[in-house]
Design a protein around this ligand. Structure first.
Ligand code: C2E
Ligand code: MG
Length: 692
């Protein structure tokens, strides 16, 4: 292909690199960079969306490739580039060709790029896809209009303003030609404001913030502006690029569209989309400025409990008040956003150039946020106290990706939750390791069932006379290299995915198989086997049917199977739970509630549940033998069970003193290390023989 413009100028690599970063950071607009001969140097996502080619496919290609054959014939591409060079900028219009051969009509601004020595080293092209605006989704059209871009020289003399900028400020390209950006000053930002802005631009090469500017018609409006200094190889600023986001109201419809697209309807905070957009800009900014920014992840502790107990109205009110309080703790340039549910993310722009200082500063704000969110809230007429769990990560430089940063902040928040909630945790790579180890365990666990690595252990249960009445089935994982893994370690992992269904199914099958064996011998046919169920299993729509089918398949007496579930199940939809429990009872199986009194469930729930047995939690049994014991709970639970006509069993019984106390107060069944550890079936059979 014939070169269009002959130039021997060596490309100024530093300046070019700055432009490359800038082009990639502009998400809402199609932008490309050409070298002085018209070959593609760089191409952003916006352009990929517009014409289908990825950057890798087009880098090095000549720009005339994207023109129609007719235009190429008439020499239009070369003409337009020459026009741009002669006039210092040019807007071309015409048809372009996509990768799939289809055509689109485009408005393209071409800006020649020069280095400090005024040598041309390339062109920037910014697209506005005018023709398709009407037919494409109106949302993406609004989106592409959202960012107005102004390029000036180092003295703020205007070099170029894109269409969005022109329509935002009300000037056309000619009116802006040769003017200085001071013309937009509204007089409403004071001297100190500009001093701080210039200081930041000079020292850090970047400034981000809210600014009051003046349109051609004299009206003043507020814009969110991100200004970057473009430097040459010697570190001198040669240009400024300002990206404006209009925060004012332009038209009711436009505003509405923007709101829906970028803001959360409930809290009015930026939504995920706007956050990602700003985060992308922020990453590019830190790359240039060398100053750390920070990302904070926050969620409301026990939000689900609030929703379930006080209703969604109160939940919504809490979210709105959370939003206001978080905003009150941060600077205007920072972005407080809501990702959805009870998750909030704060983006702190340009915290500090030194890592230690940045941690310190952001830590102080995070702590301030934690404190203010732990103060009581008024929800309707009632006072409500809650707390957040907060994770924080710092970032700087182009190696960061949006995905990694969100993941890091999320991991840190997860650690905050693990450490008892209402706390702030900073991301460190060790956290990532423990999360990765967990992920590995999860993937191995998926193989545990098909590879027959699960084992069922049996822990004996006895009556008042120490006669065996049955057992609790407790699962173990015989890991191929990691030894026997406790369910306390892998059940919570299984519960976070669908794996718990697989594991639960296996446990039920194995337990019923064992019951069927016991049924065949008079010595064991009276034994009851208790099986633990997790909340997810209860939530399965075909849960009751699957239990029925297992019972039928193994032809067992359903009254010998006892299903144990804990308070966490009760916290879900209560009417649905009651219906499921009733259906289970109708099958003839026995039901036991464990962990009662350790969490949030109340007497009201307990009365409504059609259960047969209450299991006294190990923590209450443990209290009996403590020096300053508090046995109120244990006594209350025993009395309550009696009142409601429920069977009782105490778990984790370890001492004779505990048995004595429990017996005296009316509990007549026991399970615990004192009577037997959970063991494989062969050992359990030996225990049975010994006790008979
Ligand atoms: P859990 O249902 O409360 O089971 C009782 C746990 O207490 C068992 O731990 C048992 O080994 C332990 N234990 C028994 N006697 C004593 C004692 O005297 N002192 C002390 N300190 N502990 C005692 P394990 O077997 O590690 O199980 C832990 C938890 O894992 C179980 O708590 C249960 O929630 C869950 N789990 C076990 N098997 C299954 C299963 O098949 N399905 C589901 N969904 N969860 C299971
Ligand atoms: Mg249990």
């Amino acid at each position: 292909m014939k070169p269009i413009i002959q130039s021997a100028t060596a490309i100024s690599t530093g300046a070019l690199e700055n432009y490359r970063i800038l082009v990639e950071s502009i998400r809402d607009q199609a932008v490309l960079l050409l070298d002085q001969l018209g070959h593609v140097l760089n191409w952003n996502m916006g352009l990929q969306n517009l014409n289908g080619y990825t950057a890798n496919e087009v880098i090095g290609m000549h720009f005339s490739t994207f023109y129609t054959p007719e235009d190429n014939e008439s020499g239009k591409p070369a003409d337009n580039l020459k026009q741009a060079l002669d006039r210092g900028g040019f807007t071309e219009q015409g048809w372009r060709v996509r990768k799939d051969g289809s055509r689109y009509f485009a408005h393209v601004s071409i800006t020649p790029l020069r280095d400090a020595g005024n040598q041309l080293f390339g062109y920037a092209k910014v697209f506005r896809n005018a023709h398709e605006g009407a037919s494409r989704s109106s949302l993406s059209q609004r989106e592409s209009l959202a960012d107005a871009i102004l390029i000036t020289d180092s003295q703020a003399n205007i070099i170029r303003a894109n269409q969005a900028f022109q329509s935002l400020f009300g000037y056309n390209a000619e009116e802006l030609q040769g003017k200085n950006a001071r013309m937009f000053a509204s007089g409403r930002n004071d001297k100190a404001f500009y001093a701080a802005m210039w200081a930041s631009l000079i020292e850090q090469g970047n400034w981000v913030g809210g600014m009051l500017d003046k349109r051609k018609d004299g009206s003043v409006f507020k814009a969110f502006v991100n200004i970057s200094a473009i430097k040459n190889d010697y570190g001198d600023t040669i240009e400024f690029v300002a990206v404006y986001k209009d925060l004012s109201e332009r038209s009711a419809e436009f505003e509405q569209g923007q709101r829906l697209a970028y803001f959360d309807a409930l809290t009015n905070l930026p939504n995920r989309r706007l956050l990602l957009d700003r985060l992308q800009m922020s990453i590019a900014t830190t790359t240039r400025s060398g100053v750390f920014s920070a990302l904070l992840f926050l969620d409301i502790d026990h939000f689900k409990v609030l929703n379930d107990t006080l209703g969604h109205d109160c939940g919504d009110q809490l979210l709105i008040q959370f939003a206001t309080r978080i905003r009150s703790c941060v600077r205007e340039v920072d972005t407080v956003s809501r990702l959805g549910g009870d998750e909030f993310v704060v983006l702190f722009e340009q915290v500090d150039a030194r890592e230690q200082n940045a941690w310190k500063k952001v830590g102080l704000v995070a702590e301030k946020i934690r404190k203010i969110l732990s103060e009581p809230f008024m929800l309707k007429t009632r006072e409500y106290q809650t707390s957040p769990s907060i994770g924080v990560t710092l970032f700087k430089g182009e190696h960061c990706t949006i995905e990694t940063l969100l993941k890091q902040a999320d991991i840190a928040m997860y650690h905050a939750k693990q450490s008892g909630r209402n706390t702030v945790r900073f991301f460190d790579p060790h956290m990532q390791k423990s999360v990765e180890a967990r992920a590995l365990l999860e993937s191995e666990l998926a193989q545990a069932v098909p590879d027959h690595q699960l084992r069922l252990y049996y822990q004996i249960q006895v009556d008042n006379e120490m006669r065996p009445v049955g057992a609790e089935a407790l699962v173990r994982w015989a890991h191929p290299t990691g030894g026997v893994i406790s369910p306390a370690k892998f059940i919570p992992i299984a519960e976070e995915s669908a794996l718990i269904i697989l594991v639960g199914q296996w446990v039920l099958e194995s337990a019923c198989e064992q019951l069927s064996k016991w049924q065949k011998s008079p010595a064991t046919q009276h034994l009851i086997l208790a099986v633990n169920l997790s909340a997810q299993q209860f939530r399965m729509p075909d849960f009751v049917a699957s239990i029925a089918s297992i019972i039928n398949a193994h032809k067992i007496d359903p009254s010998r199977l006892r299903l144990e579930f804990s308070e966490t199940v009760v916290l879900n939809d209560v009417p649905e739970l009651i219906a499921k429990l009733a259906a289970l009872k109708a099958l003839g199986v026995k039901l036991a509630l464990e962990d009662f009194g350790t969490g949030y469930s109340s007497l009201t729930y307990l009365r409504q549940l059609p259960i047969d047995q209450l299991k006294i939690d190990g923590s209450f049994v443990h209290e009996i033998t403590l020096p300053e014991r508090d046995t109120v709970m244990v006594e209350t639970i025993i009395n309550m069970a009696r009142r409601f006509g429920l069977e009782l069993i105490a778990e984790s019984v370890e001492t004779d003193e505990q048995i004595k106390f429990l017996r005296q107060h009316g509990c007549h069944a026991f399970q615990g290390y004192l009577l037997g550890q959970p063991v494989p079936i062969e050992e359990f059979n030996a225990q049975l023989n010994a006790k008979q």
